[in-house]
Design a protein around this ligand. Structure first.
Ligand code: SF4
Length: 362
């Protein structure tokens, strides 16, 4: 993945971010055309496989157990249910599935075994599989890679300086370490941020500078607009101006010409015209489906109508990298065996074998 060296300093990137909007968009669109098909958009579907009850205190997140929001907490979903949702997403044009679990970190337990199995199944369907599961170590990353994981999402959210105003339960460096563990395992990296949390333009660019200084910048950079949720510390934040979103997308596009820039949360607050400008400024991916983990998102049909108007088509999977191979995982095989035995036992205990006791009431 390339970086644009002309803007690799904070001063230069900030100057770019603040340049006249028409100039900025024109420059971003020019870079976009050079490296990407401007008429293609990647559709990703986000599935919340475990919702709420998280021990972290990310100030924007309704899934934190520390805040009193209306969110319904859901335990880990079953493999079949997630595979069913992935099939539906594929039928609606998505080429990528991102599975999100509200965990502080990955633990080596049965829930993780299930995630590994989900990755195997969805990779087997010919879709790119991404996961966002919190912090993870090198061994866990390797296990996910062997299952066929294509990408790992772990956002830096904002600059190092602003990060501590938003999250106190972990360090910025923890995030960088997890990203590096994904890299070491050969998984592509999806990492970006949220704007509209009260940060400055310097903070936004500061986050991009962290990516500039990585050995390799992320293959995918999601740019989210904060969706303030009642009950979270950021509930009263004023929605971000759409122009700021466009500036952030355009600046990211110019700085990281080969990466996929994702127009992520906050699309419901944007008009179709504003979304079109984001695509023109270099966004080439959206999240599809009516929910983004816990916040609202436009429905499949609305997106399809917009694509038709703009003459855009959904991108096919694995155009930017090879499909990973799925290897056998002992724990998953064991879980499958236990499940099969259980089903067999259930089948064998047929209704005919059941002989009710005769009870005489005197
Ligand atoms: S953003 Fe993730 S880690 Fe932070 S509270 Fe929400 S679910 Fe937990």
């Amino acid at each position: 993945m390339k970086i644009n060296k002309a803007y690799a300093s904070k001063e230069k990137a900030l100057e770019l971010y603040r340049s006249p909007l028409m100039e900025l968009i024109y420059q971003a669109a020019t870079v976009h055309r050079e490296y990407h098909n401007p008429n293609e958009v990647q559709m990703s579907s986000l599935i919340s496989i475990k919702t709420g009850g998280c021990s972290e205190d990310c100030g924007y997140c309704p899934q934190s157990a520390k805040y009193n929001t209306e969110l319904e907490v859901h335990a880990m979903m079953g493999v079949d249910e997630v595979v069913g949702l992935a099939k539906n997403a594929k039928a609606n044009g998505s080429s990528r599935v991102c599975m999100g679990a509200a965990w502080r970190e990955v633990r080596d337990n049965r829930d993780f075994d299930k995630v590994v199995e989900m990755v195997q199944e969805i990779n087997g369907m010919g879709m790119e599989v991404c996961a966002t599961l919190g912090m993870m170590n090198e061994d866990q990353a390797k296990r996910l890679k062997d299952a066929g994981l294509y990408a790992y999402n772990h956002n830096l959210d904002s600059s190092k300086e602003f990060y501590k105003d938003i999250i106190s339960t972990r360090e910025y460096q923890n995030r960088i370490d997890t990203i590096s563990n994904a890299r070491k395992a050969g998984i592509s990296v999806c990492s970006g941020g949220i704007i509209g949390m009260g940060e400055t333009a310097e903070d936004r660019i500061g986050m991009l500078m962290t990516y500039v200084h990585m050995e390799q910048p992320p293959e995918s950079i999601p740019i989210n607009a904060l969706v303030p949720v009642e009950g979270t510390p950021l509930e009263d934040q004023k929605p971000i101006e759409v122009w700021e979103m466009i500036r952030m997308i355009a600046t990211s596009r110019i700085l990281f010409p080969q990466s996929i820039i994702r127009l992520s949360a906050g699309r419901t607050q944007m008009s179709q015209e504003a979304q079109a400008l984001c695509f023109f400024a270099g966004a080439s991916s959206i999240f599809a489906g009516d929910k983004l983990l816990t916040t609202p998102n436009p429905e499949f049909n609305e997106d399809q109508a917009l694509f038709e108007v703009l003459g855009m088509t959904p991108k096919k999977p694995f155009q930017d990298g090879d499909q990973p191979e799925t290897k056998t995982d002992e724990k998953v095989e064991m879980a499958k065996k236990v499940r099969k035995e259980k089903e067999e036992r259930k089948k064998n205990t047929s209704e005919n074998d059941f002989k009710p006791r005769k009870i005489t009431i005197k």
